[in-house]
Design a protein around this ligand. Structure first.
Ligand code: GAL
Length: 437
């Protein structure tokens, strides 16, 4: 009996199991149900942004950048641009902030850097992506490409060419007092004395941010040493003990005797106000000044080279990089594409006061900004015919560490006027940089 009961229970169990199994089987003709997807925690899709880091906050600089943003936005309307600026001409404040961000693993999507040895400051092999595969090399001048190459790669996309050694002249005041634009050091003294006698500030300058005096001085060095002599300062071929450096320090000292007394309280553009108000007759500053004039709708200016440096073009170029780990790398690459393009450069440069880095921009495209058109037309001609030498204050000629020491030394010279001591110090900097013996 017991045995029968056992068999009966076993059969019931087997039948139940068979039924259950059948119930679990999909009907033969029904398509197999898909495995339910394992629910992964949805990755927060961040906003579609692009952070561009620069120090372009002054008039002309900001307008130029915005014009290139507009070209970008027309092509990539879904990308929100984050305009990350740190004010301070020549990147005085921005460069330090940027280095900290890179070292802290917090890079922007792209940042402004000068073409030339300045890039060494950002340790390119650690923090930057090489971008040579984004270039059409045929549309950039060979000199510029050479400047962009560092450790066998190109690390940034150039958007412009600026000139550092420009003398801006207030046409109204020159006409009013019947004076000619000075082309030489001697003429500069004569004109400056004449303006002083009329109660006009001969030269307006701001030295507040610590780079402006060195900026003027590099133009003066090119004037007293000539193009080859000047170039040699950064390669060790011209010793800083050269009499041409003594002449430059004396010439610069004399210039400082003609500037506004409140120079140490003013930035480069702040100093420009004296010019706009017809209180100052001249200003020595890079050609972003033309962009700044345009932002003030001011066009009554003339220009020439820093007196004595005719035929020499102290050049520099702004460019944009691609940091490693850029949070929105695809957008950053699209930005570099716009920076590379003719359309992007033709929108940016007339407002910025620079000529295109590309060689195929249309001069007519520059007519949109009448206040810079005349100047930029002549700057393009000078770029084509002058001797081109690299700016040190704007990243082209030396490592940033030497450029910084150079700026600091000239700032001290503004206060001390000590020609011999400063010349010794400058020679010492060259030795420290490992360039002079
Ligand atoms: C330079 C830069 C220019 C302009 C200038 C003043 O270093 O190359 O584009 O911005 O500083 O800020």
């Amino acid at each position: 009996m017991k045995k029968n009961k056992y068999w009966f229970m076993l059969i019931v169990l087997l039948l139940t199991a068979a039924l259950l199994l059948t119930a679990c089987q999909p009907a033969a003709e029904e398509p197999a149900a898909e495995e339910p997807a394992v629910e992964e925690p949805a990755e927060e899709a961040g906003p579609n942004e692009m952070e561009i880091f620069s120090w372009w906050t002054a008039g002309g600089e900001a307008e130029g950048l915005n014009a290139m943003f507009e070209v970008f936005s027309a092509q990539y309307p879904d990308v929100e641009i984050v305009n990350a600026t740190v004010a301070g001409g020549a990147g005085t404040n921005a460069k330090a902030v940027l280095a900290t961000r890179l070292q802290g693993g917090d890079p922007p999507d792209s940042f402004q850097v000068h073409a030339g040895l300045e890039v060494e400051k950002y340790e390119p092999s650690t923090y930057l992506e090489p971008i040579e595969d984004m270039f059409d090399f045929s549309v950039f001048p060979a000199d510029l490409l050479q400047l962009l190459e560092y450790e066998g790669h190109v690390w940034s996309m150039p958007v412009n060419i600026h000139r550092s050694n420009v003398l801006w002249t207030n046409t109204k005041l020159f006409e009013e007092y019947g004076l000619d634009v000075p082309m030489t050091e001697e003429e500069f003294y004569a004109v400056s004395d004449a303006f002083t006698a009329e109660g006009v500030i001969p030269v307006t300058m701001g030295t507040k941010d610590g780079w402006e005096a060195a900026h003027v001085f590099e133009g003066v060095l090119s004037a007293t040493l000539g193009a080859d002599g000047y170039r040699g300062l950064w390669t060790g071929e011209t010793p800083w003990t050269d009499p041409g450096v003594t002449d430059a320090l004396e010439y610069f000292n004399a210039i400082m005797g003609y500037v506004n007394e409140d120079h140490s309280a003013l930035t480069w553009d702040g100093a420009g106000e004296y010019f706009l108000e017809d209180k100052a007759a001249m200003m020595i500053m890079g050609d972003w000044t033309a962009g700044w004039f345009a932002s003030k709708e001011y066009g009554e200016y003339g220009w020439s080279a820093t007196p004595g440096s005719n035929g020499i073009f102290v050049g520099l170029s702004d460019s944009f990089s691609l940091p490693k780990g850029a949070p929105n790398a695809d957008n950053a690459k699209a930005w570099l594409g716009v920076a590379h393009s003719k359309e992007g450069q033709e929108a940016f440069n007339p407002k910025k006061g620079s000529i295109c880095a590309r060689t195929d921009c249309d001069n007519d495209a520059f007519k949109v900004v009448p206040e810079t058109y005349g100047y930029l037309t002549s700057a393009a001609e000078d770029w084509a015919s002058d001797a081109i030498v690299p700016s040190v204050v704007h990243g082209a000629a030396s490592y940033e560490s030497w450029a910084t020491d150079f700026k600091d030394t000239i700032s001290l010279f503004v206060a001390s006027g000590d020609v011999a001591g400063t010349q010794d110090a400058l020679q010492g900097l060259c030795v420290d940089a490992g360039v002079c013996n």
